[in-house]
Design a protein around this ligand. Structure first.
Ligand code: GDP
Length: 443
């Protein structure tokens, strides 16, 4: 189902190709596909509508950058908007200036609230922040036991007064104890119901008024999809939340709830639950969630891979070299290896939307060429790599490289000639001239 999205977007993009501006009429197909992708990812309908109209407004009139397919540019706009709506950066849990930091957990029953309480404590403990858990769910005796068991497992104390005490009083005393013991963070687990219920909301509001938490985290089950929007609205209006934890992201949920929660409450998702174990909690990263929601992991994996490999300082230095024609075979080899590290050429090209139609023969040819270059450069001495002119003027050096790498002298000659041609073109570019370079930049 998810793979189909990129195919569909591709056909929408094809229609954009050759047009120089993104306009209302030429993005309708692409917009329809994005809308469908968001609905499939379980984003709430109203949230989808709002989001799409924002994207549309933002995309309108954008110049299609030469060399970039309009579709790629459009998906980048969608993706950027999605990341921005979800908060751009990971927002960590606050730490109050004066101890203890008080965290109130809210949410429906079965969403993973109690588990998330323990997961959060373990996460904080790893950051050297001591914790106290407070069990206020007196309606389900098993809930208190569950928290005690989890607390033992992660070696974090649990404060409880049994199931006859008043939840508000338990919370108040729990915070007092944390204060007295100099605990860094106190996390209060509260009672949930299967559905939103006035008594539950009223009790939560009273606990909140009493303990004045620094964080009120709504725990949302990512599998509930559409429901997440209403849930968030009610909790945010009646209690006021500062953040959310999205649970059960290890399942096949596409994470649309993340967009709904953020768009409706404005509060950041702080963590995601990715399993039943107490260790299964991860910080929330808007960019990762955006690609999951769009089901376009491949496109972004490509971007990420490229970014990982290219060290910025290195790239700048390389650019300077290229433009001043100091670029030599050693630099060339480095660039070749970069390409290789990113995976097979075929693998890379297939990740680029619209490019997966290259024939296997064409791909194989490209890869063989790269391997050939590398083998020949590997047979060069350091001096030869640094000074390609040495090779241009010495047939015996070329013969030696040919026999060392297993190719013909003519192959080495061609490599050297091509390299010199490329370098002189680069030099002209560095001097502000832009000669036509047919074939090099996909012309
Ligand atoms: P509560 O009623 O909201 O306190 O929910 P619980 O913490 O008792 O969790 C309900 C069920 O969901 C339990 O079976 C948990 O093991 C499970 N659960 C909680 N978080 C996750 C998660 O991130 N992934 C998965 N797969 N299961 C989870």
């Amino acid at each position: 189902m998810f793979d189909a999205l990129s195919d569909r977007l591709e056909s929408a993009w094809k229609k954009l190709r050759g047009q120089d501006k993104i306009s209302q009429s030429n993005i309708q197909d692409a917009l329809r596909e994005v809308r469908r992708a968001l609905l499939e990812a379980d984003v709430n309908l109203q949230v989808v509508k709002d989001f799409i109209s924002e994207v549309e407004a933002r995309a309108q009139g954008a110049e299609v950058i030469a060399g970039v397919r309009p579709g790629e540019q459009f998906i980048k706009i969608v993706y950027d908007e999605l990341v921005q709506v979800m908060g751009e950066e990971n927002v960590p849990l606050v730490e109050a200036e004066e101890q203890p930091t008080i965290v109130l957990m809210a949410g429906l029953q079965g969403t993973g609230k109690t588990t998330a309480t323990a997961k959060l404590a373990l996460h904080l403990r790893k950051l050297d922040r001591s914790c106290l858990l407070v069990a206020t769910d007196v309606y389900r005796p098993a809930a208190i036991d569950q928290l005690i068991t989890l607390g033992k497992q992660i070696e974090v104390p649990v404060f409880e007064l049994g199931s006859d005490a008043d939840p508000v009083e338990i919370a108040r005393q729990g915070v007092e104890q944390a204060k007295a013991q100099g605990v860094n963070t106190v996390i209060i687990d509260t009672a949930g119901r299967l559905q939103i219920d006035e008594d539950m909301m009223a009790e939560l509001a009273r606990i909140k008024d009493t303990v004045q938490p620094h964080e009120t985290l709504l725990v949302v089950d990512s599998m509930t999809g559409q429901e997440a929007a209403n849930l968030t609205r009610t909790f945010h209006e009646q209690i006021g939340i500062t953040g959310a934890i999205l649970t059960k992201m290890d399942g096949d949920s596409r994470g649309g709830a993340a967009l709904s929660v953020r768009q409706i409450s404005g509060a950041p998702i702080k963590f995601v639950g990715v399993g039943e174990k107490v260790e299964a909690l991860q910080p929330f990263y808007p960019d990762r969630m955006a690609s999951r929601i769009l089901g376009m992991g491949d496109v972004l994996t490509l971007v990420e891979k490229a970014q990982e490999e290219i060290d910025l300082a290195d790239a700048e230095q390389m650019q300077e070299k290229i433009l001043s024609a100091k670029f030599d075979f050693t630099d060339f080899l480095k660039q070749l290896r970069l390409l290789k590290n990113m995976g097979s050429l075929g693998g890379i090209i297939k990740m680029i939307p619209g490019m997966n139609k290259l024939s296997d023969d064409q791909l194989k040819h490209g890869e063989t060429q790269l391997k050939r270059c590398e083998a020949m450069i590997n047979s060069m001495t350091r001096q030869e790599r640094h000074d390609p002119d040495l090779l241009a003027s010495s047939p015996s050096r070329r013969r030696r490289i040919a026999s060392g790498s297993g190719y013909k002298e003519a192959d080495v000659s061609k490599l050297v000639a091509d390299f010199q041609k490329m370098r002189s073109l680069m030099q002209q570019m560095g001097q502000g001239q832009f000669p036509g370079m047919p074939g090099m930049f996909g012309g």
